[in-house]
Design a protein around this ligand. Structure first.
Ligand code: CTP
Ligand code: MG
Length: 250
């Protein structure tokens, strides 16, 4: 692209990739996690609405369970979504990392900024989404929303058998630790290069950029951006939705 035609950071179109292809083993038996309902609406629809609520996000790429792309497409048709946002659905892969890469492969060329957001974080507030986008537009190649930890964290020697006692090796200083959420935001080229270069399995996209070298920037996350992982998280998510309905005066 020539310099004259390259969009300024404030104009660079933003796309969101939503990996939603996981089974949700820790949530217990049932439908794939992203398709499970929260107050009657699939978690994935909540997550899509949360990202599409940002005026800066003009495309959402949903990475569906490998055999569930048709089902996800009909879910999108059946639920009200903003007209100004485009949607694509692609089938996912075996790992989260592979699912994200398949979503990136589907991105049209004009999107210079990419957010990656877990379908399993259906309640992220739009202000958090916008804060991540703003930090990327301000020049950070990779941005993560984070929260301080409530619990002290120990490093252990993992037991061979789950549940057996474990030796504690170290206690990192809690004040220097952060829990990482999504959406994580990236300069597209940086994220694509990270996915091409890092082959070991990772649990978040920003750590791949860390391995490449560029400094990843942390911005404040939000307690409502928690990940629905275990059954109790479903209770918490429905309580958050109930509180929002009360506050909105419904
Ligand atoms: N994910 C994905 N493709 C995979 C695995 C995970 O797109 N092969 C997505 C999940 O759908 C989820 C996000 O990555 O939105 C975060 O992963 P996690 O919370 O671990 O979800 P699951 O892998 O589905 O849950 P579990 O690990 O309990 O099976
Ligand atoms: Mg998982």
């Amino acid at each position: 692209m020539s310099d004259e035609s390259r969009p300024t950071p404030a104009q660079t179109p933003v796309a969101a990739v939503i990996p939603a292809a996981g089974r949700g083993v820790r949530l217990g038996p049932g439908a794939p996690k992203a398709l499970r309902a929260l107050n009657g609406t699939p978690m994935l629809i909540h997550a899509i609405r949360a990202l599409a609520a940002s005026r800066h996000v003009s495309l959402v790429v949903v990475v569906a369970p490998p055999d569930g792309a048709a089902e996800v497409k009909s879910l999108l048709d059946a639920h009200a979504l903003p007209d100004r946002t485009d949607f694509l659905v692609v089938p996912g892969g075996e790992s989260r990392q592979e699912s994200v890469r398949l979503g990136l492969d589907a991105l049209p060329p004009q999107y210079g900024i990419v957010l990656v957001h877990d379908a399993a974080r259906p309640l992220v507030p739009v202000d958090t989404v916008d804060a991540v986008i703003e930090a990327v537009r301000d020049g950070a190649p990779a941005v993560v929303p984070v929260l301080p930890l409530a619990d002290t964290v120990k490093e252990v020697e993992p037991a061979a058998v789950a549940g057996d006692p474990e030796a504690v090796l170290a206690t990192p200083e809690r004040a220097r630790l952060r829990a990482v959420q999504t959406p994580q935001g990236f300069d597209r080229e940086t994220l694509v290069r990270a996915h091409e270069t890092v082959t070991e399995n990772v649990t978040d996209d920003a750590s791949m950029v860390e391995q490449l070298g560029p400094t990843v920037v942390a911005v404040p996350g939000h307690e409502e951006a928690f990940k629905v992982t275990r059954p109790l998280d479903l209770v918490l998510a429905e309580a958050v939705l109930a509180r929002r309905r009360l506050n909105d005066g419904f």
